[in-house]
Design a protein around this ligand. Structure first.
Ligand code: PLP
Length: 386
């Protein structure tokens, strides 16, 4: 029996051809594919600027830096997400404040507003946290597993409180809104800056890599400056501040270029498999698939199964073991960030919903190359209760 992995890449002849072109031409560090990738991302997303960089984590770090976040200032982050955006805040010496999630596991915008209204005092410089006395500078909404956050409400609150918004769209490339004032807009193009990742498990990949997206020329320029060691004079190498070496390389950009062209095909395949899973799981008491926010077209990056142990008769971990016995890979959620060792002493605000998800969610195979037969095999195992 062949193993069904959780998520594997989908690389073809086009990627190989482009890599060979880099090697043959000798352009392996800088080169035309980086500019080409930036152009293709802008065209696809309808964004003004894209700046490629080494990975999504570094993209988040430079985005915070470009937005003026400094040591001892605070940034609001979700408690339920991969740890990367929280670490990016810490690299600058800034401090995270953890928020709860909504029914789609995205940041809870109502609690975000309550926190600013009840726990902060507005000053000339911006909101100051009454408890820590620190200035709040930014918020990082993460579009978890590809489901778009409620950006309409979040942007209204953030603008009212003069917070910068850095969208972590590392999991949601290709997701967009279908109604309202953001109709037709992709995640990553709404906040001040948006960050993408081309890590191996993402919807498109170049092994590693990332990009910062913006419609603000000055911010994009600042990001490019920062990832190039903050070089003020390219001839005499004058640096007027400390920058970073976060530039992308031509070989990986060549792979990513070919992948961008396949993105909509990958999303269509993932959407189809989501539908197959949804109808197969419908009749299984105690199991359901996390839904899709109304008014959005997500990229269906990951499929989250919600396990109700009492009704299903098997715990989430029991189901994970049963799938593993049948050579099917699955994965629970990340430990919540406010409970991670480095972050236990930081402030978190009314975290009530996320622990329930942590206990009950199991992600099931979601590769874009997943075959219908494989989805059926997973469903068959889910149907057997022991
Ligand atoms: C939500 C989230 N943010 C940030 C990252 C970091 O991206 P990268 O691996 O490219 O650094 C990832 C995934 O890797 C992620 O899932």
């Amino acid at each position: 029996m062949r193993k069904i992995p959780l998520s594997v890449l989908n690389i073809g002849a086009e990627e190989k051809r482009s890599v060979l072109e880099c090697l043959d031409s000798g352009w392996i560090a800088a080169g035309k594919f980086i500019t080409e990738l930036e152009k293709r991302l802008c065209r696809y997303l309808g964004a003004k600027k894209a700046v490629c960089c080494v990975n999504g984590t570094c993209g988040l770090l430079v985005s915070l830096d470009a937005c003026g976040v400094k040591a001892d200032e605070e940034v609001i982050v979700p408690c339920l997400t991969f740890i990367s955006p929280v670490n990016a805040v810490s690299y600058l010496g800034a401090k995270p404040v953890f928020m709860d999630c909504d029914e789609y596991m995205n940041i809870d915008v109502n609690k975000f507003e309550d926190f600013l209204r009840l726990e902060c005092r507005m000053t000339e410089r911006g909101p100051v946290n009454k408890c820590t006395k620190r200035l709040l500078k930014a918020v990082i909404p993460v579009h978890v597993f590809g489901n778009p956050c409620d950006m309409k409400s979040l942007m209204e609150v953030a603008r009212r409180y003069r917070l910068k918004v850095i969208e972590d769209a590392t999991e949601s490339l290709g997701s967009y809104y279908t109604v309202g004032n953001y109709k037709g807009k992709f995640t990553s193009t709404i906040g001040d800056l948006g960050v993408l990742s081309f890590n191996a498990n993402k919807i498109i990949t170049s092994g590693g890599g990332g990009a910062v997206i913006s419609n603000n020329d000055n911010l994009a320029k600042r990001v490019r400056y920062l990832i190039n060691q903050a070089k003020d004079d390219p001839l005499r190498y004058i640096h007027n501040r400390i920058g970073y070496n976060f530039r992308f390389n031509n070989i990986q950009a060549a792979i990513a270029c070919a992948q961008v062209d396949k993105l909509e095909r990958f999303i269509a395949a993932k959407k189809k498999n989501y539908g197959l899973y949804a109808s197969g799981i419908k009749g299984i008491e105690g199991l359901s698939l996390l839904g899709v926010p109304q008014g959005t077209r997500p990229n269906y990056w990951f499929y989250s199964l919600i396990v109700d142990e009492k009704c299903y008769g098997l715990s989430r971990d029991g189901l994970m073991r049963k799938l593993a016995d049948n050579k099917i890979e699955s994965r629970p959620l990340w430990q919540l960030n406010h409970l991670q060792q480095p972050y236990r002493l930081y402030q978190s605000y009314r975290i009530e919903r996320a622990p329930g998800f942590l206990k009950r969610i199991l992600n099931i195979p979601s590769s874009s190359g997943l075959k219908e037969k494989e989805v059926e095999r997973v469903i068959k195992v889910l149907k057997k209760r022991r």
